[in-house]
Design a protein around this ligand. Structure first.
Ligand SMILES: Cc1cc2nc3c(=O)[nH]c(=O)nc-3n(C[C@H](O)[C@H](O)[C@H](O)COP(=O)(O)OP(=O)(O)OC[C@H]3O[C@@H](n4cnc5c(N)ncnc54)[C@H](O)[C@@H]3O)c2cc1C
Length: 476
């Protein structure tokens, strides 16, 4: 059991109430002095390309936050969650990080309305374990449950139901933010609206999110009826996506990035599903996760092993046509079955490249990118395509907009990989698309500026004492 989870359980019973306190429950004991102590710390990005030395503070109670921010503002702070961002948006090598994972208490949960307020360090995994037995689920969820509420808000994350539900921020009712210049504030779509729009997808730069209040969604059970549909090229993917958009709540496609040198005949499996109305509410169990015992050598994933794996995966998936009944954990979080799968790429680590391009450009841009990737012989078995719906994202720097998103992992082959990224960047730029900061560790600042038209406004709302390696890279 993680320290964070243990800590929350030690904190006592969940407050279940429809009454909302203005701030998280005051701590019962005086705050220990060590909580604001800076401890030297080594941080590694999820992609394991970046390793930085920094200092860490781990607050244990939310009432310590103002004091810590006051005392440490000169150190240049960044709040961090569970470190599931692939690149440098969760790193702060020139300052200190505030590790939020011990602040993981539920403040209030009303099982009759599905409104939940919790401290920002609570993981989606723990939240689900509490709310699923009451018939509630997250309105949208990323492909891992080991993400904190603060991290989910700060990247305005999206999931397989984006075409139906939009982003995570769409269901945030209120937020508690601590800033070094203004102090504690409550933000919502109707209150302190500009700062709310900057903080959702604000990459941790507008201050520290202390708590989050969410509207959960009712689900008819905890199992999903899922099916795979094999497709033989981008045009087929687009047609299946169109057909599925109104009939399936959850859609995503896996692609075999070693196929389709012309970019048009990339094969893949379109996976789609709906909640099954069986009234069975079984929460997942994190104790069943396996762990990769060693870091695999870099050559373990090469063009040959990749082709072989993808062929096997495609063939097995294409044969399995009948709908299956699957628990939400393997359906939404297949990678969580192995805790540190990110070690599979060896010591050089890996990058993820995730872009979105608008609908009008997608039919040209996505096949062009797929062709570039297939011809490069790079890429990995983790490659997905998904259509985003038209629901506007609430954040100034939210990544999703209506269109098609492509996300792929690439083992870090240094100059070779960077050359490929430059070609992909050119296609994204021509298509008027953008890259996702949560996944990025190398995009040029010019592409970031071009992709995010509200960046200038956002910059004026950044907390003067908060910074990250990503932000320094984009602004210096
Ligand atoms: C296997 C896997 C699958 C994924 N699938 C998806 C997906 O489907 N969709 C998607 O959108 N993303 C996806 N992601 C990315 C992930 O959801 C985001 O990177 C998320 O923000 C990580 O949250 P975290 O708690 O680990 O935060 P961290 O990675 O530690 O930090 C992320 C950002 O949040 C900020 N932050 C964290 N806590 C706070 C706080 N309390 N106050 C202010 N700022 C804060 C940090 O400063 C940083 O900028 C995936 C990641 C992995 C590893």
């Amino acid at each position: 059991m993680s320290t964070a989870i243990q800590h929350r359980m030690d904190a006592g019973p969940i407050a279940m109430s429809s009454e909302r306190s203005p701030d998280p429950v005051p701590s019962p004991a005086p705050a220990p002095a060590r909580a604001s102590k800076l401890v030297p710390h080594r941080l590694t990005s999820w992609g394991r390309v970046k390793h930085v030395s920094t200092a860490r503070i781990t607050p244990a109670f939310s009432d310590q936050l103002p004091r810590i921010i006051d005392a440490r503002a000169a150190d240049r702070l960044l709040a961090i969650g569970l470190g599931r961002s692939y690149g440098d948006s969760g790193l702060n090598s020139a300052g200190a990080v505030l590790d939020m994972t011990a602040l993981d208490r539920i403040v209030a949960f009303d099982p009759s309305t599905g409104v939940i307020r919790a401290e920002a360090g609570l993981s989606l995994s723990e939240l689900l374990r509490i709310v699923v037995p009451h018939g509630w689920f997250l309105p949208t969820t990323p492909g891992t449950r080991f993400v904190t509420l603060g991290g989910a808000v700060a990247n305005d994350v999206h999931g397989k139901n984006h075409h139906a539900a939009g982003t995570f921020g769409a269901s945030v009712r209120r937020l508690g933010l601590h800033r070094s210049d203004i102090g504690a504030l409550e933000l919502s779509p109707a209150k302190n609206t500009e700062l709310y729009r900057a903080t959702v997808a604000g990459l941790g730069l507008t201050g520290l999110i202390a708590w989050v209040e969410l509207q959960l969604v009712r689900v008819p059970g905890s199992y999903v009826g899922a099916q795979n549909v094999a497709f033989g090229g981008y045009a087929e993917f687009a047609a299946i996506a169109r057909d599925s958009a109104t009939t399936f709540e959850h859609t995503v496609a896996w692609i075999d990035c070693t196929t389709g040198l012309d970019g048009k005949s990339t094969r893949g499996l379109f996976s789609r599903g709906n909640w099954l109305p069986d009234g069975l509410y079984k929460a997942h169990d994190d104790r069943t996760s396996a762990s990769l015992p060693i870091e695999l050598p870099g050559f373990a994933i090469n063009a040959l092993t990749l082709r072989a794996f993808n062929k096997l995966y495609y063939t097995a998936g294409a044969m399995k046509r009948a709908p299956t009944r699957v628990h939400y954990a393997p359906f939404f979080y297949p990678l969580d079955a192995v805790r540190n799968w990110n070690r599979a790429y060896g010591s050089a680590g890996f990058y993820q490249y995730q872009c979105v391009v608008p609908p009008a450009a997608a039919d040209t841009a996505i096949p062009e990118m797929l062709g570039e990737i297939a011809r490069s012989g790079q890429g990995s078995c983790l490659a997905v395509l998904k259509t985003f719906g038209e629901k506007p994202s609430p954040g100034m720097l939210s990544f999703p907009f209506e269109g098609v998103t492509l996300a792929l992992d690439f083992p870090n082959r240094k100059a070779r990989t960077h050359l490929l990224f430059e070609r992909l960047d050119a296609i994204v730029s021509e298509a008027k698309g953008r890259l996702y900061p949560a996944k990025d560790g190398r995009m040029p600042a010019s592409l970031f500026r071009a992709g995010y038209p509200e960046l200038a406004r956002f910059t004026t709302l950044v907390d003067p004492c908060f910074q990250s390696d990503f932000w320094r890279r984009m602004t210096q």
